[in-house]
Every structure is written in C-alpha cells, then in structure tokens.
Design a protein around this ligand. Structure first.
Ligand SMILES: NC(=O)c1ccc[n+]([C@@H]2O[C@H](COP(=O)([O-])OP(=O)(O)OC[C@H]3O[C@@H](n4cnc5c(N)ncnc54)[C@H](O)[C@@H]3O)[C@@H](O)[C@H]2O)c1
Length: 328
C-alpha cells in the first residue's frame, strides 16, 4: 500500500474512514480513495454491498461509543453520514437534528479523542439559504431556511470551534447539487437524476418553481470526490470550501441538456405556485481552485454518461421535492 502524500501540507495517510460509505457520495468517494491506494473503512448504519479492499463497519453514529469505536485507528475521516434531504428535514426535524447535528458532534468527539486524525466534513450549499448574490462565496452570510441547512451549518460551526478550542485538524466542504452514478432514486431529490429518470421512462419532467429563475450549480460526483480529496489534503484547519462546478444552469437549461443527451424532446410540467426556492445557488470555487481543484466533467458530458449508465427504464424517482412536501 503506497501512502498518499500532499505537496503542500505534508500530510501522509494509509487508512481512511468514510462515514455514510453505503450512500451515493460515500460509495463514489470510496472508489476514489481506493484508486489512490488507501485502505478504506466504510462506516454506515445500513449494510452495503461488500467491496474488495473495503472494511465495513455497521454503526449508528447517533451513539457516541459506536462512533468512537468505528473511527479508531485511521489517519483521515471523511464525514458524509447523515440525512441529506431538505424534504425529510421539513417532515421530521428531530430526525434531521439527530442524524446531522448530533452525529456531527459525535464524530468531532471521536476525532478529538484520537490526536493526529484529519477530518473533512461534507456540508451543503443549503447552508446559504437564499443568497443575495451569485456566485456564493464561502464568507457570504448563511441564512438557512430548512432544518437541514441549519443542522449542516451547526456542524460547520462546531468544526471551527473544535479547531479553535481543541486544536483538532479539520476542515469543511460545501457540496452544491451532486449528480452521477449510484444515486438511490427513493432517496435522491436532486434534479439531474430525477429529471433524467423520468425522461428515460417517457414520463413528464416535473419542474417545481420557476424554470428560469431556479438556477443551480450541478456538480458531477467525480468532480465532487476529487474536490473532497483536495480539501482534505490541503485545506486549512477550520476553513470551509465550496465544491461545485462553478457553472450556473437554470432548470430549463438542464432540460435542454437532457434532450440533447438523449436525442429526444422532453415533456415538462411546471408547478410555479411556490417560488420559495427559485433563486440562483451557484458556487464561487476560487478558494478550492487555489488548492488545485479544477472541475473536469461538463454538465453535457455528465448527463450523457449518466443517461447511458441508467439505460432505458431506470427506477423512477419517488422522493417528493421539498416544496411539495412542505406545509404551506
Ligand atoms: N447528494 C447531494 O446532492 C448532496 C449535496 C450537498 C451535500 N450532500 C451531503 O453529502 C452527504 C452524503 O449524501 P448522499 O447524497 O450520499 O446521501 P445518502 O443518503 O445516499 O448517504 C448518506 C448515508 O449516511 C448514512 N447514515 C445516515 N444516518 C446515519 C447514522 N445515524 N449512522 C450511520 N450512518 C448513517 C445512511 O445510511 C446513508 O448510507 C450528506 O452529508 C449530505 O448532506 C449531498
């Protein structure tokens, strides 16, 4: 096993733990870490498919003792586990708090108990709320309006506080809207995978909000995992890094990209009765770029690849969008 070494920070690792390793981003990150030559432990409360070279630990990270045991004896922890859904957080804010905020605290306590362990926490662009400007910079004001954004932001603040109070070695990454292979359609609420799955089943694409004013930064999971690795290797303790494509795309433009990738017109329905989330949410990626991050996968290329991976009749998405689930 060849340890990986950074040129800027002198970090050198042999063993990594990925919390949420059974999930969409976790599985893709593990693939990336294995390719880097690391020994990987996947920690999750759901059993995943066994993978060669991956140690699997089943643990509920809401429990502090299980968390400490699961994260012992590794050089770096990528903390991804938790509730990733704004919809679920609106329906069940206590579950969201326990899965994100409490789990985050348990992970920080475990890392505090093992000096020298590096931590990268995966936060979300939902912490920004409705940004005043686009693109968003990491120092912009954060005003989350779903419980999910609040719990993710709380853990970012805890990371900064643990760095200051206890000197732990930890940084945060804020992912924008992630798409790519391996999403579970019953858990995934992001538009690229949702729209494509509907389209490939000849179902109408349901646009919630304004097709033009709702603008997002869609980032392919391969770029995200590359960005997470760079942030972990080179990120300053206590610092936050946006990880996106840096590209601004409206939902109407996303539909056009899907039509081009599949070579046929899409049917769309528009529910613009609630424009709460019809705003631009796009990453300024300058801070991570300065550490060497360069997104590689254009939306056109990523959607074309995903269309091929999904085939003609993928399972359709079942998770409601956050606004259709929220009480009015
Ligand atoms: N997918 C996106 O578009 C996106 C965007 C921004 C941020 N994120 C963040 O990325 C991370 C991963 O998201 P994902 O899309 O892979 O979600 P996912 O639901 O596919 O994976 C999350 C994993 O965490 C596990 N988990 C949840 N609670 C746990 C607990 N108490 N103990 C142990 N394991 C637990 C789940 O079993 C699941 O396998 C989340 O932290 C999410 O907030 C995702």
């Amino acid at each position: 096993m060849t340890p990986m070494t950074t040129t800027t920070e002198g970090r050198s690792w042999k063993r990594a733990a990925v919390t949420g390793g059974t999930g969409f981003v976790g599985r893709n990150l593990i693939t990336r870490l294995l390719a880097e030559g690391l020994a990987v432990r996947s920690v999750d409360n759901r059993m995943g498919e066994p993978r060669p070279g991956v140690e699997t630990v089943t643990a509920d990270l809401r429990d502090p003792e299980q968390t400490a045991a699961a994260l012992a004896d590794v050089d770096v922890v990528f903390h991804l586990a938790g509730n990733p859904s704004g919809t679920v957080s609106v329906e069940n804010p206590r579950y969201d708090f326990d899965s994100n905020a409490l789990v985050g605290l348990n992970v920080l306590e475990a890392v505090r108990g093992t000096p020298g362990t590096r931590l990268l926490y995966l936060s979300s662009a939902m912490v920004y709320g409705r940004p005043d400007t686009a693109p968003c910079r990491e120092d912009d004001e954060c005003r989350p309006f779903y419980p999910y954004g609040a719990s993710k932001l709380a853990v970012e603040h805890y990371v900064a506080a643990y760095v200051a109070a206890y000197g732990i070695d930890a940084a945060c990454a804020r992912a924008f809207v992630v798409y790519g292979p391996g999403e579970d359609p019953s858990r995934a609420g992001a538009e690229p995978g949702q729209f494509l799955r509907w389209h490939l089943n000849d179902m109408p694409l349901r646009i919630v909000g304004s097709p033009d004013a709702k603008r997002r930064d869609f980032v392919h999971v391969d770029d995200l995992t590359a960005g997470l690795l760079i942030a972990a290797l080179r990120g300053t303790p206590g610092q936050v890094y946006n990880v996106g494509s840096g590209t601004d795309t409206s939902l109407r433009e996303l539909v056009a990209v899907i039509e081009t990738a599949t070579g046929r017109a899409a049917r769309t329905t528009v529910d613009d009765t609630d424009l709460t989330d019809s705003y631009p949410l796009v990453a300024d990626i300058g801070r991570l770029r300065a550490l060497g991050y360069t997104p590689q996968v254009t939306l056109a290329e990523g959607i074309a690849r995903l269309a091929e991976e999904l085939g003609s009749n993928p399972a359709p998405p079942t998770l409601a969008t956050v606004l259709s689930a929220a009480p009015r």
